[in-house]
Design a protein around this ligand. Structure first.
Ligand code: ADE
Length: 247
């Protein structure tokens, strides 16, 4: 997987991603990351990449030319047409299914906006996907691009090592993850659930599954609509909720 990030803040993206598991995957050559500084492509003498919006209004707009030339500096070298993902609160809301789907790409170009937006004409010209990471507004597209790259990369074989498995995590089967505990057995007067110390793997698995169902029902009931759960488990959730009406 090749990632290309078009940005006014390449250091921010590089520093963030050359860390921890994603940094290791870059070093191992499983994924590659190239940041392209949009400012390097401005034709303005003063290094300007933004200008006032036609029609007036507050804020500045990123101009089409430097964005387009930064994009061409990447696209002209590739033998395939990459997905071009523009990070914007107006995009489709990112989720695990989109992460899985994007992980199948050969390469992805990310376009990080700043100021009040990007000239719509260059968006129409190059962008294939507009993606939001949630219903809130950030100051730029860099953090969203880094979030998407992180979530997509951990779906790529070899990025996670065996002890960091992707399958069982929250959203693996559409449910939230069960609670985890480590040593000591009692901390601050709080004991680890005894079943986890029983050594009975079948019982532990069953308890964890129930905890996932309960957590999802309590915290994210919307996920139950599409989660992979059996009729018996749906019945379990109904009974649980009926007996815990205070939730
Ligand atoms: N740029 C600013 N806010 C954003 C968001 N929530 N998602 C994606 N890009 C953004």
């Amino acid at each position: 997987m090749e990632y290309y990030v078009l940005t006014l803040f390449p250091d921010m993206v590089r520093d963030g991603l050359h860390t921890s598991i994603i940094g290791r995957a870059i070093e191992d050559g499983i994924i590659s990351l190239e940041t392209v500084n949009i400012r390097d492509y401005t034709l303005s003498k003063h290094g300007k990449t933004d200008d006032y919006p036609y029609g007036g209004g507050a804020g500045m707009v990123m101009q089409a030319q430097p964005v387009y030339d930064a994009y061409r500096s990447v696209a002209d070298r590739l033998s395939y047409a990459p997905r071009v993902v523009c990070l914007t609160p107006q995009g489709r809301v990112f989720d695990q299914a989109m992460a899985r789907e994007l992980a199948l790409s050969r390469g992805i170009v990310f376009l990080c906006g700043h100021y009040e937006g990007i000239d719509e004409r260059v968006i129409d010209e190059i962008v294939t996907d507009s993606v939001s990471i949630g219903d809130f507004v950030l100051t730029g597209g860099e953090l969203p691009a880094m979030c998407v790259i992180d979530a997509v990369s951990r779906m790529i074989p070899g990025v996670l090592h065996n002890d960091e498995s992707a399958e069982d995590d929250s959203f693996g089967g559409g449910l939230l993850e069960f609670p985890q505990y480590s040593r000591p057995e009692v901390w601050n007067g709080r004991a680890v659930p005894p079943i986890l110390l029983s050594g009975d793997h079948a019982k532990v698995d069953a308890w964890r599954r129930e905890q996932s169902l309960i957590r999802t029902a309590e915290r994210r009931p919307d996920l139950l609509e599409t989660a992979a759960i059996s009729p018996k488990e749906r019945e379990f959730i109904r009974n649980y909720l009926a007996n815990h009406k205070d939730i």
